[in-house]
Design a protein around this ligand. Sequence first.
Ligand SMILES: [Zn+2]
Length: 218
Amino acid sequence: MPFTCEVCGRRSVFPDLIPAVGNVLRCAHCAHERPFVRPPLLVVSGTVGIGKSTLCARLAGTIPGVLLLDADILAVDLASVAPPNQDYPAFWRSMMRLAHELSQNNVVVVYFSTMLPEQALANTDILGYFDSVHFLCLTCPSDVLWARLAGRDGSGAASARVNVWRDFNTALLAAASETPKATVVDASRTRDEVEKDVRHWINTHVRGSDSLRRDATA
Ligand SMILES: [Zn+2]
């Protein structure tokens, strides 16, 4: 367990973490240092209806060394985002801890979620568990978004919700322009084109990282 020191056996008390110092976890009690897998963390964001779930399903299992997860399925059950306590940074703290645990299996985690980069980046202490955190923001014009929501949920439901998701789309675009490690992808193109771009983005960050463990006998 990463949160228990294997030498002195003491634990860091939630929500504190065993701090990452470079590429080691250093026990706050006895200063024992342990190496850990420190890969990049990738997050694909975009408003509801933009095609994240489809993309996640299409890409899952097709990129070696990469674990894709729809984070929003977890948000449904977590108290941290259940009204009236919609604490999205706390949700992302949990998601980042989970990604750290999963990463120890020598994989790069890619989350798909309707989120804003600041919700993850607010957890500054846990950022050290990752080589870097990158965001891919799927955006599209509001008329395209409306058509997609109407196609999926019917025009009545789409009309009721499109303003919320259009506003989110606008906020995400603004956030992307202020976030250094954010890439904007136009999701109004065909699914094949968007999938190709997202796959390329993932591959670039996985190949560009030398943080995964290599098999010494290979
Ligand atoms: Zn210790």
